[in-house]
Write a protein that binds this ligand. Structure first.
Ligand SMILES: Cc1cc2nc3c(=O)[nH]c(=O)nc-3n(C[C@H](O)[C@H](O)[C@H](O)COP(=O)(O)OP(=O)(O)OC[C@H]3O[C@@H](n4cnc5c(N)ncnc54)[C@H](O)[C@@H]3O)c2cc1C
Length: 453
């Protein structure tokens, strides 16, 4: 059985549902394939935190349903491993009713005219004459195989990136190395004891509990808490074990609303997010913030940027990599360069131990404002001068040198991503420079060369 559309979107998470909404609104015939069906649509294992700026940006295109915002957040409490220091980082956002959010976005896509195929699992891209021209799928319950043909295919299947990863030999199929992912586990629990300051999400840095990551409490209200952790993928540890050993015993649990785990790409941008007839969005495009693993906002952003380029491609009647490349350029200039900067800092943070973190937080090597700028917006260069001064009188010259080196390289690598090539011709030369710079940096902070997956 073959269906014909303008665009086939595989995966109805935040990225796929929002892209389907935008493209259907632009008048294109869109098929949205989703493995889940019925009540499961919209269900996603997540920390459910979303910065206000992402919501504001989305509101230009789609008015959010207020029911999806469960708790208005005023900022973050960042807590040191010894729990002696708490930094209050201000920054507004929400803890979402994530399932309501997911369902709402899919409903909006359908209302805009996209056709939802629930219970349909995309299995492979259809490639003809060097272009993706559709998707093979299986209807889960009946087992019936189908083909969905289209001028453009969107891979928004989440971190598994089911379609782009099958395009072996294509630029867009770049695999994820275990060093570049986080393994996360979280439970939404009902606690007997109300949490203090539920208007603040809590982030606990602790390299024993969450090596190479952090553990969190994101309150949906004072007693309904999203509690979880992320661990650096290269360590190959099951995060649920540490959750049950170290985190769960801290709570008097009255019940559990949902439990689950997943993996999150936490890395620099992919070399390319496009190929002939295909683009990747959200987690499938590894678009996540590498420092804190938040990717809902980037799922929205990639949907927005790619749908602009796809709409233009329809105006031109050309769906080649050359035309779709503009999405790469928009992405790198808007977010990719900051993602690369944050990836440099992420690698540095993963080399620290609890002692370094206790010291750094207690001495306020970075103030709350600086942390907000670093984590949410990218690096702030004035920090370099500050580190130079501090190195002279604080007792940890090696740590401060590592921090200032990282900020310096974050700036240089970010600048390289800002100079991402306008077309594929310049890509290999550009990428060789990126690898060279990363390797210089990695050597300075005691990591080996960039791994190849
Ligand atoms: C434990 C955890 C905590 C997190 N906490 C936060 C947080 O607090 N804030 C934040 O911003 N981000 C957080 N993230 C990351 C965030 O959830 C993702 O970045 C975001 O959901 C990515 O959206 P997406 O649409 O790209 O992918 P997804 O939301 O994963 O959607 C992919 C969709 O594709 C469907 N699918 C998969 N394979 C197929 C297939 N073969 N065929 C058809 N459909 C398919 C899936 O069922 C799913 O609906 C967290 C992630 C985890 C795992």
């Amino acid at each position: 059985m073959t269906e014909q559309y303008d665009v086939v979107v595989a995966g109805a998470g935040t990225a796929g549902a929002y892209a389907s909404y935008l493209l259907a609104k632009a008048g294109l015939k869109v098929a949205l394939l989703e493995s889940k069906s019925g009540d499961q649509i919209g269900v996603k294992t997540c920390g459910d935190g979303l910065g206000l700026h992402h919501v504001e940006r989305m509101s230009k295109y789609l008015t959010p349903n207020p029911k999806v915002f469960q708790n208005k957040i005023e900022g973050v409490e960042l807590i040191s491993p010894d729990q002696k220091t708490t930094l209050i980082v201000r920054g507004e956002g929400y803890v979402l009713d994530r399932f309501a959010w997911g369902k709402w976005l899919v409903e909006e896509a359908v209302r805009a005219g996209a056709v939802l195929y629930e219970g349909h699992t995309a299995t492979a891209p259809i490639v003809e004459n060097g272009s993706v021209v559709g998707v093979k799928a299986v209807e889960r319950i009946s087992g019936v195989a189908k083909e969905f043909r289209a001028r453009v295919v969107i891979d928004s299947t989440g971190s598994a990136a089911v379609l782009r990863s099958k395009l072996i030999g294509w630029l867009v199929s770049e695999p994820l190395h275990p060093e570049d992912v986080s393994h996360a586990y979280r439970e939404i629990i009902y606690s007997e004891e109300p949490l203090e300051n539920p208007q603040y999400i809590k982030i606990y840095l602790d390299m024993v509990v969450a090596p190479g990551g952090y553990w969190w409490i994101f309150p949906r209200n004072a007693t309904m808490l999203n509690v979880g952790l992320g661990i650096w993928g290269i360590l190959k540890q099951n995060p649920r074990i540490n959750y049950e050993k170290f985190i769960l015993p801290k709570f008097k649990v009255r019940g559990k609303y949902h439990i689950g785990g997943g993996f999150i790409p936490t890395r620099r941008p992919l070399k390319s997010l496009v190929g002939n007839g295909i683009v990747a969005l959200g987690d499938a495009a590894a678009a996540v913030n590498p420092i804190h693993g938040g990717g809902i906002g980037q799922a929205l952003l990639t949907a927005e940027l790619s749908s602009k380029v796809i709409t233009k491609a329809f105006e031109k009647g050309d769906f080649s990599e050359k035309t779709l490349w503009e999405y790469n350029v928009l992405y790198m200039r808007e977010w990719g360069y900051r993602q690369a900067q944050l990836d440099v800092l992420r690698l540095m943070l993963q080399t620290l131990d609890n002692d370094d973190l206790n010291f750094g937080l207690s001495r306020k090597i970075l103030t709350e404002d600086e942390i907000y700028h670093l984590a949410a917006k990218g690096t702030n260069l004035s920090l370099l001068d500050k580190f130079k001064v501090m190195m002279q009188f604080l007792g940890r010259p090696a740590l401060l040198r590592k921090l200032s080196t990282s900020i310096q390289y974050a700036k240089e690598i970010g600048d390289l991503y800002l100079a991402y090539p306008e077309d594929r011709a310049g890509l290999e030369r550009w990428h060789a420079e990126v690898v060279k710079k990363y390797n210089e940096f990695r050597e300075k902070i005691g990591l080996g060369p960039l791994p190849t997956a």
